[in-house]
Design a protein around this ligand. Structure first.
Ligand code: NAP
Length: 249
């Protein structure tokens, strides 16, 4: 058992998650790099170890109850607490295929595939619920745990209703709206335990999720996630933020 602070980031073998691992490791956390695939997870963890960081792959498929339970058991055998949980794993099936050459999203809600929506909800909505519940015993033994839900501007109903330019991505966007609600629900439950729970909007970022169409870098995207993961006592909980401050739900 170690007294070092521990962080867990889900879906962290690439993209925003991997950069978040790097940033937390640079802040001297031991970081558990959650990934569902052994080769992708171990390769990413080894690359970060080669940079000098204390990073270990943790087998974690957020869509599987069994995988999440096994990951929590593995972690509990190695460490006594988790200080930071970043629920980052996310998918947007069908999104890239629906982009026009100019980058505009073109699939109307009435043509969204329900199988895609169900898969999206299983990872983006139920995934964070599964992982948060399974790791709660380890989070509660931390003196000041922080949970960050990686949301999106597309989860904001205020933004969607007030801005016709906002892409109308029904399945993915509504999964992030649900995630925002879940973030607030956990924040209310866990506030008495000193655990802060907030949702982060990283902005449209060049990753595999959007075939690298996003205009932001993973370094920029990780900024608000790391800030919310390392809040001082007395900081906000139950909020929805980008790097410039609170966002309208
Ligand atoms: N990129 C953007 O513009 C943007 C904007 C707003 C919010 N976000 C959010 O940011 C988060 C990270 O996205 P990203 O852009 O970095 O995308 P990405 O590069 O596609 O990375 C997504 C990560 O999630 C993992 N993942 C997918 N399904 C999983 C599962 N069932 N269990 C565990 N891990 C799983 C992927 O693993 P595999 O390699 O095994 O598939 C990958 O590591 C997501 O929640 C996304 O919705 C992204």
């Amino acid at each position: 058992m170690t007294t070092r602070k521990n962080a867990l980031v889900t879906g962290a073998n690439k993209g925003i998650g991997r950069e978040t691992v790097r940033r937390l490791a640079a802040l001297d956390y031991k970081v558990w790099l959650g990934a569902r695939d052994a080769e992708r997870g171990e390769t990413a963890a080894q690359a970060l170890r080669d940079e000098g960081f204390d990073v270990e792959w943790l087998a974690l498929d957020v869509a599987s109850d069994d995988s999440v339970a096994a990951a929590a058991k593995t972690a509990a055998a190695r460490i006594s607490s988790v200080d930071v949980l970043v629920n980052n794993a996310g998918i947007a099936p069908g999104y890239v295929e629906a982009l026009a050459p100019d980058g505009r999203y073109q699939r109307p809600p009435s043509q969204e595939d329900i199988a895609h929506m169900k898969a999206t909800y299983d990872v983006n909505v139920f995934g964070p619920v599964r992982v948060t519940r399974a790791f709660l015993p380890l989070l509660q033994t931390s003196p000041a745990a922080r949970i960050v839900m990686v949301s999106s501007y597309l989860g904001s109903l205020a933004r969607a209703s007030g801005n016709s330019q906002s892409p109308n991505v029904m399945g993915y966007g509504s999964s992030k709206t649900a995630l925002n609600a879940i973030s607030l629900a956990f924040a209310r439950e866990l506030a008495p335990h000193g655990i802060m729970v907030n949702a982060a909007a990283p902005g449209y970022t060049a990753t595999d999720l959007n075939a690298h169409r996003g205009g932001r870098t993973v370094q920029q995207a990780a900024e608000i996630i790391v800030r919310l993961a390392t809040l001082e006592p007395g900081g906000p909980t139950g909020g929805y933020f980008d790097e410039n401050g609170p966002l309208p739900w």
